[in-house]
Design a protein around this ligand. Sequence first.
Ligand code: SAM
Length: 205
Amino acid sequence: MPSNPKQHWDAVYDTKSPSEVSWYQVRPELSLALIQARAPDRWSPIIDIGCGASSLLGALATEGYDDLTAVDASAVAVAKAKVRYADLASRIRWIVADITQWMPERRWRVWHDRAVFHFLIETADQDAYVGAMSAALETGATAIIATFALDGPATCSGLPVERYSGATMAKRLGAGFRLVSETPERHLTPKGAVQRFGYCVFERL
Ligand SMILES: C[S@@+](CC[C@H](N)C(=O)[O-])C[C@H]1O[C@@H](n2cnc3c(N)ncnc32)[C@H](O)[C@@H]1O
């Protein structure tokens, strides 16, 4: 990850539409299914890390969830998402922050991250992320982290990534989290390339 991720990501969201980026999904079906399985109660607070231009928050709001928080390092991404979801203003709180330099001031039932943690290739950044996630989740809460799988691409958006299996992610998160499940996903980019992801679900101990 560049020392200033904001610059890189602002440039991406300034120049590309949501459906042009390689990680684009029409509807984040697997994320939705995993969140609903772990947090069926619609009052469950949910935080999406590195929300970007994903349609996850809109889909969750449509499903009836009303305590949603979105974090992204890119002010451009957040500004665009705010306009897109202006009619959901009372249900989504937006935070512009680098997750490696942010500390939560409350707790959530579900922490969701698709394609963000894998950009953290420095141990110190990974440790800071795990620290923020640990503080954000009470015992029994859920962390869903989707990264490129071990046989996934070595880069994304021109940046190097670290790839994981459930076992290596569990080792990286440490004793505060128990691996509940690991689901592979074959993501098809808008240009037709296949990218192998793994969605790991953890319980906060
Ligand atoms: C590959 S995109 C994935 C976006 C979205 N999660 C999805 O699945 O469509 C990575 C996102 O993470 C954000 N991001 C990257 N590094 C970050 C960091 N250190 N803190 C917060 N957000 C970050 C980027 O701005 C970008 O929106």
